[in-house]
Design a protein around this ligand. Structure first.
Ligand code: CP
Length: 324
């Protein structure tokens, strides 16, 4: 694997290797000194053309923990406002010695274009493009599910076979939903989408998942429910569902959460719109893994960066006894 553009490009072996490597990275995070020398001397550019809190900071933390040099580029305040193209921006950064590019862009396909155009030689990692893909989000979600539903040690070498995952809400605009459906299917999970008909994409019937319009009947049969943000910024205002109408049918509150099996978890990729797709009671409950997903994002992105750039050296040298 030279680039990471889409979760659909990952084989089961690729995905399990990334999750297992992320567990190694998590053990490093448990140590007093969290840094590894694996990417010392390498320069990684975080190229963000669209806003982000979690993904941008998580990649930066992952890069620094691997001892890489980090360049952060935000389109706001750059020469993009003067009309500079993606090609010229990327070539300018590569001329400064960048070894890998992490890119977020509002245009679906921008990371693929960057990786395949020949404009630059550096590996490209997709940090979310339009409504298309967000592969590292799907990987950190799968990592969180595997830990919670299979076990931290028991999960090593395993996928998510037979686990029932429900994704709820604005599937139409969600790169998180697309990436998760692809990756969860590859890992053996059974995925159900629950959404209003107006927020499902054309062609969803061909996706490797079930579709339902009834959240209440789906929740008792789920091991993990992932609430999706309603992406008003990508919608025509005429098609906004009212908050009340949406949350009555598709929002997760305490009464609905009580319909889930006791072991089942509640997930959200963030940012959450509290009161719309998820109530504060659920978001702050012990069953909700939102903060855990953020922490796992750093381990998972360290694993992706290490596997793409780190060569064949072992990521972690076990000089301490287990548990340190
Ligand atoms: N989950 C996610 O991609 O969040 P950000 O937009 O804050 O990066």
């Amino acid at each position: 694997m030279r680039h990471l553009i889409s979760a659909a490009d990952l084989t089961r072996d690729d995905a399990v290797l990334i999750l297992d490597t992320a567990e190694e990275m998590a053990r490093v995070a448990d140590r007093p000194i969290k840094k590894l020398p694996a990417l010392r001397g390498r320069t990684i550019c975080n190229l963000f053309f669209e806003d982000s809190t979690r993904t941008r900071i998580s990649f930066e933390a992952a890069e620094k923990r691997l001892s890489a040099d980090v360049i952060n580029f935000a389109a706001k305040g750059s020469s993009v406002s003067k009309g500079e193209s993606l090609k010229d921006t990327a070539q300018t950064l590569e001329a400064m010695g960048v070894d890998a590019v992490v890119i977020r862009h509002s245009a679906s396909g921008a990371p693929y274009r960057l990786a395949t155009s020949g404009w630059i030689d550096a590996p490209v990692i997709n940090a979310g493009d339009g409504t298309h893909q967000h592969p590292t989000q799907a990987l950190l979600d799968a990592f969180t599910m595997r830990r919670r539903l299979v076990g931290r040690d028991a999960g090593i070498g395993q996928g998510l076979d037979g686990k029932r995952v429900t994704l709820v809400g604005d599937v139409l605009h969600s790169r998180v939903a697309r990436s998760n459906v692809d990756l969860l299917h590859t890992l053996g999970a059974e995925v159900t989408l629950v959404a209003p008909p107006t927020l499902l994409p054309v062609g969803v019937e061909s996706w490797p998942c079930e579709v339902s319009y009834d959240l209440d009947s789906t929740l008792p049969k789920t091991d993990a429910v992932m609430m999706l943000r309603v992406q008003r910024e990508r919608m025509n205002a005429a098609f906004f569902p009212t908050e009340r109408e949406y949350s009555r049918r598709y929002g997760l509150d305490g009464d609905r959460m009580a319909k889930m099996p006791e072991h089942a978890i509640v997930m959200h990729p963030g940012p959450m719109v509290r009161g719309m797709e998820i109530t504060a009671e659920v978001a702050d409950s012990e069953r909700c893994t939102v903060v855990e997903q953020v922490a796992n994002g750093v381990h998972t992105r360290m694993a992706v960066l290490y596997l793409l750039l780190g060569g064949n050296e072992p990521a972690v040298t076990h000089t301490r006894t287990e548990g340190n």
